[in-house]
Design a protein around this ligand. Structure first.
Ligand SMILES: *[C@@H]1O[C@H](CO)[C@@H](O)[C@H](O)[C@H]1NC(C)=O
Ligand SMILES: *[C@@H]1O[C@H](CO)[C@@H](O)[C@H](O)[C@H]1NC(C)=O
Ligand SMILES: *[C@@H]1O[C@H](CO)[C@@H](O)[C@H](O)[C@H]1NC(C)=O
Ligand SMILES: *[C@@H]1O[C@H](CO)[C@@H](O)[C@H](O)[C@H]1NC(C)=O
Length: 388
């Protein structure tokens, strides 16, 4: 940058002071002008390529390797507008975490069977969390004071359809209204906590990562069977990602979701069950693909909500009362590697070590799915193991 400014400066001086008396060969002036214009042009447009980095040693170049590849095609107006807004949000400094809160956002059809377990989890930590409930089918009175009056306006949610994403956005837009909320956790009615509040709070607040599950599945349940070329030019096949919908998200990422209409529209129109004979579920692809494209290093790539797909059925394993033992809790809290399986014939196992601020940590803070009948055993288990 200094070089460019120096060049501009000398050009200006040259032009104003020296030109009247200058008798030297004109080609020098022409050459100097051309080089200057080239450098000024490069400086203004700051192309993110190695040549520009070499010339300017600009600060933005240090993250060049980490930024998503800039497509060679010309961007549309909408894409340019989206990039400006997203870049600005990502650049902003995160708010001071002095009064930082975690927003617990419950997406549920009706009552929450584990409300009393969450009540126990929250007790004594007032002021460090907020609760939001999107009850899409029945609005029932709550049993815990932490939950009463916390229902937000809701709409019908159809499994696998865009209305699921709309409900997630509705939860985010409500939770964002509290400026102290710094991490936003999406939970279901069948989710339970695996650790005590302090553990969960510290894990989520003292990191800049969103725990968004994100991996490349070329098989029929991933890009192979669900991507549609209608998503072009903005979303290419190679960028289409998959992951569980149960996320935690930083405030910046939640704001990006509020600001985005371009990518959202692509998923609303072209990622839905039955579209062109494919079954695409927007809640498993939209956030995953968007953040893979715009901030891959800002997401952990695994979900902090455990779920057991090892039975390889259409639905994950659900825990029954007799399954609730100290051994199970120990098992679920001891994973420090997250696993994904691709759905193609190769059935590749993808492993992600759970790295938190450079340390290997347990992957999971929450788990699903639990039958409502497990409540009493879970309450007992949690009062027995207060140190978790
Ligand atoms: C998060 O980002 C801010 C600003 O970039 C930085 O000061 C802070 O140390 C980061 N926190 C962690 C835990 O990495
Ligand atoms: C998440 O995965 C992407 C590649 O898919 C990688 O670039 C990024 O560094 C990963 N995030 C973290 C925090 O390691
Ligand atoms: C948890 O239990 C399952 C089933 O018994 C076992 O396969 C798995 O390795 C255990 N995981 C850990 C981290 O202990
Ligand atoms: C909790 O502790 C009590 C008393 O030690 C014991 O009877 C009970 O089985 C324990 N519950 C669980 C779920 O481990």
């Amino acid at each position: 940058m200094k070089t460019a400014r120096a060049w501009r400066g000398s050009l200006k001086d040259f032009g104003i002071r020296q030109r009247p008396n200058f008798k030297g060969p004109n080609w020098v002036i022409v050459l100097v002008c051309l080089v200057s214009i080239f450098l000024v042009g490069l400086y203004i447009y700051q192309p993110r390529n190695a040549a520009a980095c070499y010339i300017f040693l600009s600060r933005s170049c240090s993250d060049l390797e980490n930024t998503p590849t800039v497509p060679t095609r010309e961007l549309t107006d909408e894409e340019n507008a989206a990039r400006v807004v997203i870049t600005e949000i990502l650049k902003s400094s995160p708010a001071s975490p002095k009064n930082a809160k975690v927003a617990f956002m419950f997406l549920t059809p009706g009552p929450l069977p584990f409300e009393m377990l969450w009540d126990k989890f929250f007790q004594g930590h007032e002021g460090r969390f907020t609760v939001y409930v999107h009850a899409s089918r029945e609005q029932q009175p709550h049993v815990s004071p932490y939950f009463s009056g916390r229902n937000i306006r809701s709409e019908k949610v159809d499994w696998g359809k865009i209305s699921m994403v709309d409900a997630e956005r509705r939860l985010l837009m409500n939770a964002l209204q509290d400026p102290d909320n710094q991490q936003f956790v999406l939970l279901s009615d069948s989710c339970v906590p695996l650790h005590n509040f302090d553990f969960v709070y510290n894990y989520l607040i003292f990191t800049n990562l969103s725990f968004i599950d994100c991996y490349d599945d070329p098989g029929p349940h991933g890009a192979g069977g669900r991507y549609s070329e209608h998503m072009l030019p903005e979303i290419e096949f190679k960028d289409f990602r998959k992951g569980s919908q149960w996320f935690t998200m930083t405030r910046k990422h939640a704001l990006i979701i509020m600001a985005d209409s371009l990518y959202y529209r692509k998923f609303r129109l072209y990622c839905r069950p039955g579209f062109e004979g494919r079954n695409c579920y927007a809640d498993e692809h939209y956030f995953q693909t968007l953040f893979y494209m715009v901030d891959p290093n800002g997401i952990a790539n695994w979900s902090v909500t455990y779920v057991d797909w090892s039975e390889r059925k259409w639905h994950p394993r659900s825990y029954k009362p007799q399954d609730i033992t100290p051994k199970l809790l120990k098992n679920l809290t001891s994973y420090d590697t997250s696993l994904h399986f691709t759905s193609d014939e190769k059935k590749t196992v993808l492993t992600t070590p759970c790295m938190w601020n450079g340390m290997r940590r347990p992957c999971f803070l929450f788990a699903r799915k639990f039958y409502p009948e497990t409540l009493n055993n879970l309450l007992q288990l949690f009062s027995n193991s207060t140190s978790v």
